[in-house]
Design a protein around this ligand. Structure first.
Ligand SMILES: [Cu+2]
Length: 122
């Protein structure tokens, strides 16, 4: 464990474990296609240092919107740099273009490298 968390500028608010935003926003209540472990769509939402969905399937070359609902700046950056939103400030959104080559593309937030997700192109 290297102490990479150098961003001490973001004020230590101390872990206030507010149970405010229960993420139970009933995402998949549709009864038809339940089995999809990697939902299709064009949007990734960041909140509480988590990408949602953590695995997303998109079409080749599709524009994917990334919405940052967190209180910290984040990025969505492919491990092979094939896509990158750059910094997305809190409350802002960004976008990137999915690779045109089908495959599985792990990505991270370059600021918080423990944050990771997977984009699947097919
Ligand atoms: Cu981040």
């Amino acid at each position: 464990m290297l102490g990479l968390a150098g961003c001490s500028s973001s004020g230590s608010s101390g872990g206030g474990s507010t149970s405010a935003g229960a993420v139970a926003s009933g995402v998949a209540s549709s009864t038809d296609t339940v089995a999809a472990s990697s939902p299709t769509g064009t949007q990734i939402v960041i909140s509480d240092f988590t990408f949602a969905p953590s695995a997303l399937t998109v079409s080749p070359g599709q524009t994917v919107t990334v919405v940052n609902h967190d209180s910290s700046t984040h990025t969505v950056t492919a491990g092979d740099k094939s896509f990158d939103t750059g910094d997305i400030a809190p409350g802002k959104s960004g976008s990137f273009t999915a690779p045109t080559k089908p495959g599985s593309y792990p990505y991270i937030c370059t600021i918080h490298q423990f944050m990771h997700g997977t984009l699947t192109v097919r």
